[in-house]
Write a protein that binds this ligand. Sequence first.
Ligand code: ZN
Length: 240
Amino acid sequence: AQEEEMMRIAIEAQKREEELKRQKEEEENATGVIFLTFDDGPTSDSTPQILDILKNRNIKATFFVLHYDENHEPLIKREQEEGHTIGLHGYLHSYADVYTSADTCLENFRKIKEQVYQTTGIESKIIRFPGGSSNVVSKKYCEGVMTELVKRVVDEGYRYSDWNVDSGDAAKPKSEEVVYNNVINGIKPGRNNVVLMHDFAGNHKTIDELDKIITWGLEQGYVFRNITEETPMVTHGVNN
Ligand code: ZN
């Protein structure tokens, strides 16, 4: 029985390796790679709609989640079951709470990591700093905190992802056309494009444009991927 088990594990590993090789070839032949990322969820109104669109198009994405109550656990489970990456954005989002010190911020990640682990059994290692690693708002609460954090999160076994395409969907007065144009003008061939979007409540701008953005990307010859531990991370420069 032990030999059978070892054989099964070896076959699984081989299958995984072949799949990774296939994906890599696909990426090399593509115009570029698009990583759709959704921050600040889960929420009951936006997250299911985004998941439906992604499922319909068979596209995997990355969700950087915040603390959720038990009513939202099924959404986290659904993200996992449908093959998306659950990244950590923090237990809390408010800069005043998060960036008091590097220790506070690390604790903020540890708490959301623990919650995601309780829900999914997965120990998530991929994080996104509230405001991104280049944020300057943190200076108001702790001088130099980002400089310390970008080193310490790596020591703690995390990898942090910023973005190189901003959909602008968090900006209040902008229309959904602006979101669409920001994304398609921001995406460049021959690189990993990490697109910042949000699944906070009431984000119609992204929900309404997502399917169109996917159609555009596929027509242009891009492939869509979720961020994994193997993905080369897109990171900003630190300004505090
Ligand atoms: Zn955020």
